[in-house]
Design a protein around this ligand. Structure first.
Ligand code: PNS
Length: 159
């Protein structure tokens, strides 16, 4: 069985992530969406909340499971016998960082990274932009699924 992992912080999951996850799910027998910590970012949602939102929005794909991991992505892949990472590339600005990560993960454990070009509809989209817009009352309804929209409303009402 060919499995791939779609890793990320998913804080929160956006239509851009879901596009990559769905397309990966049509190319692999199983896709594991792994919620990991990105130590350079502070998070709005707990890992459990992020997992729940991803589960709700990917259940229709049929072959996607959601998991979390605290530690190195390469260790996660090795422990779960996964040889492929799938990541979306939005623009050339993503490339330097993603290339470095791909090289680190290959050197650490021979894990291959495959890049998928983000759909142009989503190329400007990021979780950080969604959080910033939502914080100031901007409309993010075209950027995230309804379950995330509601979670943002509840979470930001408390601020
Ligand atoms: O959605 P993001 O924030 O771009 O995802 C980045 C993430 C979480 C995939 C990356 O930070 C990561 O792999 N973190 C786990 C620790 C790790 O393996 N770092 C790479 C080696 S330094």
């Amino acid at each position: 069985m060919k499995s791939a992992v779609c890793p990320g912080s998913f804080d929160p999951v956006t239509y851009g992530h879901l596009d990559i996850i769905e397309r990966a799910s049509s190319r692999f027998d199983q896709v594991i969406v792994a919620v990991l910590e990105n130590r350079t970012k502070s998070s709005l949602f707990t890992v459990d909340q992020r997992i729940e939102m991803i589960r709700e929005t990917t259940q229709g794909f049929g072959n996607v499971i959601v998991d979390s991991w605290y530690g190195l992505l390469s260790d996660y892949c090795t422990s779960n016998n996964i040889g492929t990472i799938v990541k979306g590339l939005r623009a050339v600005t993503d490339f330097d960082y993603e290339l470095q990560m791909a090289q680190i993960n290959y050197q650490a454990a021979k894990i291959e990274t495959m890049f998928m070009a983000t759909s142009p509809t989503h190329s400007f989209l990021s979780s950080s932009i969604v959080k910033e817009l939502a914080h100031y009352g901007g409309d993010v309804s075209t950027m995230v699924p309804p379950v995330v929209l509601e979670a943002l409303r509840v979470r930001l009402a408390g601020e």
